[in-house]
Design a protein. Structure first.
Length: 92
């Protein structure tokens, strides 16, 4: 099945704008803001760009630690994919 030109197929986004902590693969913690999430990933506002491909964990509110991988990082934003199912009801 061919993709329609100009159409990007992706899961619907849920706007969050919630503070969170990103823990990188070296164990360093970074305060970030989760701008939005979808069934498979997230977009962050960051003060320091994470490394693309880095395996990280994300803590949002009272949620458990969520394993993820950074897939892109530009200017002051980064995005990634969740490596485990996420229960959005635990997010503030």
């Amino acid at each position: 099945m061919a993709r329609e030109p100009g159409i990007i197929k992706r899961a619907p986004r849920i706007d969050l704008n919630q503070p969170a902590v990103l823990v990188d693969s070296r164990g360093s913690e970074h305060d970030v803001t989760v701008l939005d999430v979808s069934s498979g990933g997230f977009k962050l506002q960051v003060s320091e760009l994470p490394r693309i491909g880095d395996m990280v964990t994300l803590r949002v509110g009272k949620s458990d630690v969520i394993p993820a991988q950074i897939r892109w990082a530009v200017t002051d934003q980064a995005g990634g994919v969740f490596l485990a199912p996420v229960d959005y009801s635990t997010f503030p």
